[in-house]
Design a protein around this ligand. Sequence first.
Ligand SMILES: *[C@@H]1O[C@H](CO)[C@@H](O)[C@H](O)[C@H]1NC(C)=O
Ligand SMILES: *[C@@H]1O[C@H](CO)[C@@H](O)[C@H](O)[C@H]1NC(C)=O
Ligand SMILES: *[C@@H]1O[C@H](CO)[C@@H](O)[C@H](O)[C@H]1NC(C)=O
Length: 235
Amino acid sequence: MKLFLLHFLAATAASAFVMSPPHMWTKLILTHHWPTTFCEMEHCQSTIDSWTLHGLWPDKGIECNSSWHFNVSLIEDLIPDMDKSWPDLISPESPKFWKYEWQKHGTCAAKAESLNSQHKYFSKALELYHKADLDSVLKKFGITPSKQYYPFAHIEEVIDSFYGIKSKIQCVHPSKNAVYQILGQIEICFTPDFSLMDCEKESSKKPLNSSVKAEAKSGFSVCDPNVPVYYPPMI
Ligand SMILES: *[C@@H]1O[C@H](CO)[C@@H](O)[C@H](O)[C@H]1NC(C)=O
Ligand SMILES: *[C@@H]1O[C@H](CO)[C@@H](O)[C@H](O)[C@H]1NC(C)=O
Ligand SMILES: *[C@@H]1O[C@H](CO)[C@@H](O)[C@H](O)[C@H]1NC(C)=O
């Protein structure tokens, strides 16, 4: 696991540090989702049993340039990998999801020179996704879909100690007082020059209060450290 970090460090040491203007984003969030959980929420059907990309999101800005239209022919060469690594779980075969992610997040990421084209943005997201290789990391440390619940701390410990950063792990909370929560989304964060960094400054150890939990019922929210985690097998 140290080799992995060295790889990242070596790759980024070569690029000069550039001061970013204050309006600029300062973090990139590589967001993975678990297709079974996603499809449970969105009523889609998925036969994918690996963590796929949800997006690469700058921490600041949404829809930064509405006149910069998505054009799938600019990323033609990436499509085979996009189909596998960044599938649209709701409408497979359609570029709708990529278009949405480009308009919402890509146009903001593109404020950085390193990401200022559709090809740069999508290929960098794929590159980071393959480097992080979250799916293999979880498998390697014995975290696989299971009917038995995992303690949240165990999953967090595996991910955070492997990457040497604080990740953000999100769950679906089936109901306010459910005895379990469903693992859904995992975020790994990067600096503007693509080295790993903490997703959140403060630890997520403090328990969620019940009104937050109720509000989160219909979507992903940070997992509650005190509630067992269900990592659902493919249906
Ligand atoms: C928005 O995108 C268009 C099309 O690529 C480009 O010509 C324009 O300079 C961009 N505007 C800003 C503010 O970046
Ligand atoms: C999309 O990109 C291709 C390749 O650069 C270009 O030929 C085509 O005109 C573009 N389509 C639109 C709608 O901009
Ligand atoms: C719980 O969280 C909500 C929403 O953030 C907040 O308004 C409320 O005051 C909190 N309640 C307690 C007891 O901390």
